[in-house]
Design a protein around this ligand. Structure first.
Ligand code: AFP
Length: 352
């Protein structure tokens, strides 16, 4: 692998090719999926950058100069990704957080051997106030026999992901991805329109600094969750207090903790017994990256990557970040924390 120094500029394309060379059996299709995602990320970044101009150029309910109704950015981002992939011949199906069902490859186009699951613009309610948002993606190999991708191809446990990543649209645009050979970050250089390797082999700091959790739900948390949060805040005297940082945009909160060390928690609560976040579009891809960076992710009982999905839009509680902080979850009896009647969750602890 090329070592990144001040004098060696490595584009995402070159990096992907270098990684592919380590697998002589590779056909280049997975590399193609990653290029297409980088391209879609650049196109979405472009739209996000001018989001603040919506009021000047036309709001979402306005009709634009072509006579079309302006669309919301999450809908636009969804379309960008679908169009970037649906006729490339590398995928046999997609699923998006924005759409209820599987997205099949249109008739007349080749079906490939991968499926893509994605959240086109996570945290989109933050766009109006200029807070970072992101695209999250997850790739699996098809396991069914026919040409078309089926539900079974989508509902694979996260440990079978062959690639996953996110693009964060913040003060700069970055793409972070893994194919199981470490987690690597690339920063978009807008002057040349290329993602350049800026964070090779990311390692999440072992010593956590941050706790990211929405305290507004405290009254709806069960006792063990409240005690766990007291632990992270240093209130039970067993550890040093973490600093609290919560953006409310998962990619932004995860990215900060990945680079700075910390834990993001979205626990189950009385009103949302399975939490809010989606297993397939959010938890699995970020868990793959966290593990590749030396961190961990669990749902309070199990390693996220071992959860067997039952439906496309399944929600899951999520604890993700630095290893020691995620392991702390197992010290608390969280059995009462999720919807009753889900036997697979009882008594199973996150593995390390
Ligand atoms: P939006 O896409 O509706 O802004 O939701 C963002 C999100 O899915 C995730 O990015 C945040 O971590 C989480 O929801 C925040 O949820 P709370 O507002 O309930 O804390």
């Amino acid at each position: 692998m090329v070592k990144h120094t001040a004098t060696s500029v490595v584009t995402i394309e070159r990096f992907i090719i270098d990684q592919e060379r380590e697998h002589p059996e590779a056909t280049g299709e997975l590399s193609g999926v990653l290029y297409d995602m980088a391209l879609a990320g650049k196109m979405i970044a472009n739209k996000v950058r001018s989001a603040g101009l919506a009021d000047i150029l036309g709001s979402t309910s306005d009709v634009n100069v072509q006579g079309e109704v302006q669309q919301k950015l999450d809908v636009i981002s969804n379309e960008i990704i679908v169009k970037a992939f649906d006729h490339g011949g590398r995928l046999c199906a997609m699923a998006s957080e924005e759409e209820p069902d599987i997205i099949h490859i249109p008739d007349g186009f080749r079906n490939g051997k991968y499926v893509l699951l994605f959240d086109p613009l996570d945290g989109s309610s933050n766009i109006d106030v200029n807070v970072p948002v992101g695209t999250i993606f997850s790739v699996y190999k098809k396991i069914t026999r026919g040409a078309r991708g089926e539900m079974e191809d989508m509902l694979q446990p996260g440990r079978r992901q062959v690639a996953a990543g996110y693009v964060i649209y913040g003060s700069s645009t970055m793409m972070v991805y893994t194919t199981g050979q470490g987690a690597h970050g690339f920063t978009l250089d807008p002057s040349i329109g290329e993602f350049l390797l800026s964070h090779p082999n990311i390692r999440i700091p072992e010593c956590a600094r941050y706790l990211s959790v929405n305290d507004a739900y405290e009254q709806d948390w069960p006792e063990p969750t409240r005690n766990l949060m007291r632990r992270y805040r240093g209130l039970d005297g067993k550890q040093k207090s973490l600093n609290v940082r919560y953006v409310g945009s998962l990619v932004a909160d995860f990215h900060r903790n990945l680079l700075g060390g910390g834990i993001f928690c979205y626990p189950a609560n009385a009103k949302s017994p399975m939490g809010k976040l989606r297993l397939l579009y959010e938890a699995n891809p970020l868990a793959f990256i966290a593990e590749q960076a030396g961190g961990m992710a669990c749902d309070g009982f199990k390693r996220i990557l071992d959860v067997e999905p039952r439906e496309l839009h399944q929600r899951t509680p999520l604890y993700i970040g630095s290893r020691a902080e995620v392991q702390t979850v197992s010290e608390f009896p969280l059995e009462n924390m999720v919807a009753p009647g889900i036997p697979e969750r009882r008594g199973v602890r996150p593995v390390d």
